[in-house]
Design a protein around this ligand. Structure first.
Ligand SMILES: [Zn+2]
Length: 321
């Protein structure tokens, strides 16, 4: 049996996932619980319970949480979880006694994919997660990019069309407003106002992103065109990211990635190629599906904690408690 390395925690808007991870990124044990919404004390208590259940000795704990997280592990703003200015690393250190690092959930997932998922062996990569929104993260030179305040990697809010579609963040024209599962449903509904459009989606009241993907899989040309449009915007966004960061790999994950991939990814690859600076003189990075699914966050968070404790320089100093 392999040795436990660290505990990874993934805190989403509805679910907490906790896992004990080994040196090969394998999950040895896992727990799930509901996320107590809008209740910081309840959240800490729930985390203490599940971490204690799987805790073996004083393993380092890595946490990924949906929200803006500072480098010292304070959740500045977590709208889906309903917390503000919560010093989560300090609070968990008090209840577990071990070392704790806290990062944004998509950043943790990016690190997991880079270490043991589809990005294994790639030292420079970007993950984009397509779901309700568009999240993601950046690894540069094998190191997770957190930026000055811990807020780096918000690839979904890269503005691809100034003055364009409204994004839930309050800005207009963000990539999220064109390539999230939500945006795919929205774009389909808006186009169906044109009564000359033929589609089986007319039989669906208020089609959602998954319904667009289902229709595409059943051969609906209109649904496919919506996914291709989202893919073109993804290409615009990934070209901008590639022009700045020159990664070798672009990974697409999240709940809306697999079903949309047959139409979205080819369109994204073509659009990336056509928007990339000097594209005739270079090879565009590959765009591939992520492979760890819902486990990417717990695996990445655990590895971040372990590598920080080992002083391997994969995370900035000052990140952990
Ligand atoms: Zn935005």
């Amino acid at each position: 049996m392999s040795e436990p390395l660290a505990i990874g925690v993934d805190i989403g808007g509805t679910k907490l996932r906790v896992a004990v991870v080994d040196t090969e990124g394998r999950i040895l044990e896992r727990r799930r619980a509901g996320t107590p919404a809008g209740d910081a004390e309840g959240l800490i208590a729930a985390l203490r319970t599940v971490i204690t259940e799987v805790g073996e000795g004083r393993l380092p704990v890595g946490v990924g949480i949906a929200g803006l997280v500072t480098a010292d592990g304070t959740v500045r703003y977590g709208p889906n979880i309903g917390v503000r200015d919560l010093p989560l690393a300090d609070a968990l250190h008090e209840v577990t006694g071990g070392r704790v690092v806290v990062v944004n959930d998509a950043s943790a997932a990016t690190f997991g994919e880079q270490r043991f998922g589809a990005g294994r062996g790639a030292s420079d990569l970007i993950l984009l997660t397509l779901g309700t929104g568009v999240g993601g993260g950046v690894v540069v030179g094998g190191r997770l990019l957190l930026g000055r305040g811990g807020f780096a990697g918000e690839v979904g809010h890269l503005i691809v069309a100034e003055g364009g579609r409204t994004c839930p963040c309050g800005n207009r024209g963000c990539l999220e407003a064109y390539a999230s599962g939500t945006a795919i449903g929205d774009m389909a509904r808006e186009r169906l106002v044109d009564l000359t459009v033929e589609s089986t989606l007319r039989e669906v009241r208020d089609p959602s992103g998954p319904q667009v993907s289902t229709a595409a899989a059943e051969g609906d040309a209109f649904a496919r065109s919506i996914l291709e449009e989202a893919g073109r915007w993804l290409g615009v966004g990934t070209a901008a990211l590639t022009n700045v960061l020159d990664p070798e790999l672009l990974l697409v994950g999240g709940g809306a990635s697999r079903a949309t991939a047959p139409w979205l990814l080819p369109a994204a690859r073509a659009s990336l190629q056509s928007h990339l600076v000097g594209s005739q003189w270079r090879e565009a990075p590959r765009i591939e599906l992520a492979t760890l699914g819902d486990d990417a966050g717990v695996i990445g968070a655990a590895l971040l904690a372990a590598e920080h404790v080992q002083g391997r320089g994969t995370v900035p100093t000052g990140l952990a408690t």
